[in-house]
Design a protein around this ligand. Structure first.
Ligand code: SAM
Length: 219
């Protein structure tokens, strides 16, 4: 491995230890995925040296790649199994999709911004994530042709939980979604079993807006 690759690997390992394990994420598979995926590959070259810092980063068009801890915490809450088919809404840089792809059988990810969609598709392909399927469109209506899903992760803040996504969750399926106002949300976890839908709150968070038919209106 060339020098910069070794340096980034070191930064990843200390990111996992000091930002993620230290805040209580325990799932060994999630921790391993966070150690393996080269986060710097998902940001602009000028931001690569900040890729392992404890904060979100801009990815263009006023959108962000989430803070590493948030990615790890949401992934752990989703309880992804190796046979799972996972739907992600809000591909952004493609980083969260790559973390999910390390854990799941297949990841379906939807992005409404054409530039980000194209870039994330190229990045994930170049990195060899052939189990990620990208789609350009409005994720608030889900991906009906591929439903039902074992897990659904929404990485933008919704005013309420989009009904099409709940309908596309399989029995035994989990969904993690930020719900609230445009400036702050509560991270909600849904679980579907034979008796219906169960819901728990995981804590406060702050995401960019989920815009679409079952989300916020575009400005
Ligand atoms: N998961 C991303 C990553 O790993 O880089 C970060 C997601 S960023 C916080 C939120 C993304 O959701 C933005 O790229 C935004 O364009 C996208 N988005 C917002 N509304 C959407 C919708 N209805 N369908 C699909 N993507 C949407």
């Amino acid at each position: 491995m060339e020098t910069s690759g070794r340096r980034y690997k070191g930064l990843r390992e200390s990111m996992v230890k000091s930002q993620i394990e230290a805040r209580g994420v325990k799932d060994p598979d999630v921790l391993e995925a966070m150690k393996v995926v080269a986060r710097h590959e998902f940001v602009n070259e000028s931001l690569m040296d900040q890729a392992y810092n404890d904060h979100p980063l801009p990815i263009g068009d006023q959108q962000t790649i989430s803070q590493p801890y948030i990615v790890a915490m949401m992934t752990e809450a989703l309880q992804v199994d190796k046979d799972d088919r996972v739907l992600e809404i809000g591909t952004g840089s493609g980083y969260q999709a790559a973390i999910l792809a390390e854990l799941a059988y297949r990841v379906y990810t939807i992005e409404r911004n054409r530039t980000l969609y194209e870039r994330a598709r190229q990045t994930t392909e170049k990195m060899g994530y052939y189990n990620i399927v990208c789609r350009y469109g409005d994720g608030t209506i889900g991906w009906k042709e591929e439903a039902p899903f074992d897990a659904i992760l929404v990485t933008a803040g919704a005013p309420e939980i989009p009904k099409p996504l709940v309908d596309q969750l399989d029995i035994g399926g989990r969904m993690v979604i930020p719900v609230g106002s445009s400036s702050s949300q509560i991270l909600v976890k849904l679980y579907r079993d034979k008796t219906g839908i169960h819901q728990a709150e995981l804590g406060g968070c702050r995401f960019v807006k989920l815009i679409g038919q079952c989300g916020w209106k575009a400005e």
